[in-house]
Design a protein. Structure first.
Length: 252
């Protein structure tokens, strides 16, 4: 569940003007988390200008399960990505997770000039790896993909950094599909599935599918990940302007 909010893209195309303006003004997406058709948590994704730094965006994703649901499956994840506003290339990537009731902190800083990524964790020796420019993390690529044409039958290849490793993934744009959510309504969507070409980022996860609105905003309406314990799905509940508190509201 830790890295399941994946994303996709290798081509360094700037965000469309309209979408860039929306991101600059701030956007907050709230989701319900369900497991085996049981709703027991919430997720909030935000994007807006980085504090005191208009040349970068700050993206956050926070997911938490309710106390009662946590007895079955506990999720308490906070992820943040700082990216270049021009091409969404990552410059800083943070993960603050709780696994088996223990905190797990992971911070990566990317030196674009040296083309290196330095990963730091408590009680660990820093790891330095070479990265290309641009390079994306799983969260930033969700938003970078939103700025691209998503035509069914096409495939896009991209490079992503995760856990001190660099991977190549493909984004398969499968089809259009009309879907509905309890909170946000009915949408015409385009369905995208990321595929690993080699190695594995998601050691505890299987297939990933993302439903984006089939319009210029490409809002993620549904994100589904197949885990060993079953399918975890995030269904869009609300859309707000502005990127305020990244903490999610309590899931229903």
């Amino acid at each position: 569940m830790r890295k399941w909010i994946v994303a996709l893209l290798f081509v360094a195309v700037p965000a469309a003007g309209q979408l860039n303006n929306i991101f600059a003004a701030g956007e907050t997406l709230d989701f319900d988390l369900t497991w085996l058709a049981i709703t027991g948590g919430a997720m909030r994704m935000t994007i807006g200008p980085a504090p005191n730094d208009p040349s970068h965006f700050r993206i956050t994703s926070v997911a938490k399960t309710n106390p009662s649901f946590a007895m079955i499956l506990k999720v308490d994840d906070e992820v943040m990505s700082i990216v270049n506003r021009s091409d969404f290339s990552t410059v800083r990537y943070e993960k603050h997770l709780v696994e088996h009731n223990k905190p797990k902190d992971d911070v990566t800083t990317i030196n674009e000039a040296a083309k290196t990524a330095t990963r730091e964790r408590p009680s660990h020796t820093p790891q330095v790896v070479a990265v290309p420019k641009p390079v994306f993390d799983p969260l930033s690529l969700v938003y970078h993909l939103r700025s691209l044409p998503l035509k069914p039958g096409t495939v896009q290849r991209f490079t992503v950094y995760a856990d001190a490793k660099v991977y190549t993934l493909e984004a398969n744009v499968l089809r259009t599909e009309t879907i509905g959510t309890d909170g946000a309504g009915t949408f015409q969507t385009v369905v995208v599935e990321p595929k690993m070409l080699a190695g594995s980022i998601f050691k505890d996860e299987g297939a990933m599918t993302i439903w984006f609105t089939d319009d210029e905003r490409h809002i993620p309406v549904r994100i589904r990940s197949e885990l060993k314990v079953g399918s975890i799905t995030a269904n869009l509940r609300t859309i707000h302007s502005g990127a305020g508190d990244p903490q999610p509201v309590t899931g229903r």
